[in-house]
Design a protein around this ligand. Structure first.
Ligand code: SAM
Length: 227
């Protein structure tokens, strides 16, 4: 996790421009996550954003839910600092520098828990499942968890197809040596995605209902469930 922390501490200032070049359909993915939130926009929902980065998802949540109170959690202080700067006009957002494995989630605490491109940095299936259980416990009855993340397919062939599609996407805006010598090895070292079908099983196993996939493109997916 040290590598992941250092990576995002260093990349924080360039992150917002860079992520659009690295993740096919990044904006569409966020739009899908936001569209999938089932609450009325006037509701003063309590929200937790896990691995908030520079605050992109929270920013969209606040546009649609002006009365939402959000807790933003991230491992990297520099990422949190940028979200504080970008979201400075809101006085109902709380920030915590924490590893989402150590964060105190509490019980019956949030109406909505969201996470985007963070959970695949957890190394093992056990860590991902343990976080899903804490997320479930931390939601109020009827509360919703939505995860936009990098996932695997269930076949070697589809993995190859997605990997080539991902590289072709990056090469539209980034030079070949940067893609091959930086971004592909970084993903290899720091990303530990699990198959989407496993995530769905894990969510059901910890108790979620209405588990579903709302969006899928190349390596990305938006999925979640309701307590
Ligand atoms: C690719 S960025 C995504 C940021 C933001 N959610 C977005 O979609 O733009 C991943 C973020 O997750 C954070 N992160 C990764 N592992 C984490 C962990 N174990 N605990 C807390 N934050 C973590 C990183 O510091 C980074 O800011």
């Amino acid at each position: 996790m040290k590598d992941v922390k250092n990576h995002f501490e260093e990349e924080a200032e360039e992150y917002d421009g860079l992520i659009l070049k690295l993740i096919p359909g990044y904006q569409e993915m966020i739009d899908s996550l936001i569209r999938s939130i089932p609450f009325e926009s006037s509701k003063p929902i309590k929200v937790l954003d896990l691995g908030c980065g520079t605050g992109n998802i929270t920013s969209e949540v606040k546009k649609r839910y002006p009365q939402a109170r959000v807790t933003c959690v991230d491992l990297a202080e520099n990422m949190i600092e940028i979200s504080q700067y970008k979201l400075a006009r809101y006085d109902d957002i709380e920030y915590q520098v924490a590893d989402l494995r150590d964060f105190q989630y509490g019980e019956d605490n949030y109406d909505l828990i969201i996470s985007s491109l963070a959970m695949h940095h957890l190394r093992t299936d056990e860590e991902k499942i343990a976080i899903y259980q804490r997320i479930y416990n931390a939601l109020t009855e009827g509360g919703v968890f939505l995860n936009a993340d990098q996932v695997l397919t269930s076949s070697e062939h589809l993995e190859k197809v997605n990997h080539e599609q991902w590289k072709a996407f990056m090469l539209k805006t980034l030079p070949l040596d940067e893609v091959e010598e930086k971004w592909v090895p970084t993903a290899y070292n720091e990303d530990h995605p699990a198959p989407l079908v496993d995530h769905l099983d894990w969510l059901r196993d910890v108790g979620f209902k209405e588990v579903d996939v709302m969006w899928k493109y190349v390596k990305g997916a938006v999925f979640g469930g309701r307590k």
